[in-house]
Design a protein around this ligand. Structure first.
Ligand SMILES: *[C@@H]1O[C@H](CO)[C@@H](O)[C@H](O)[C@H]1NC(C)=O
Length: 81
């Protein structure tokens, strides 16, 4: 945790492809491109899904998917450290 404290962290976050097709799921991919050997800690959730806190090592990729509601929209909230 000390690596997060007292340091200016340059965040270069790549949120990759948010793709939707009619019938299918929406996929969200996250790549840790922070550099400097830093882990990316993130926490994503929507009203329906709680993905929990994840730690992504350098250059690693994480993907999750959800089924959008037919009417309206699905909001996902993510925080990154
Ligand atoms: C990144 O996370 C891994 C696994 O949780 C941990 O072993 C490692 O020490 C962490 N690296 C840094 C730079 O915080």
């Amino acid at each position: 945790m000390a690596s997060f404290v007292g340091r200016t962290v340059k965040l270069i976050l790549l949120l990759l492809f948010l793709t939707t097709t009619c019938d299918a799921k929406t996929y969200v991919g996250i790549t840790n491109d922070l550099g400097g050997g830093m882990n990316l800690t993130f926490h994503c959730k929507s009203a329906d899904d709680e993905l929990g806190v994840k730690v992504l090592p350098p250059q690693q990729y994480y993907e999750f998917s959800f089924k959008p509601t037919l009417i309206g929209r699905t909001d996902f909230y993510c925080s990154f450290q």
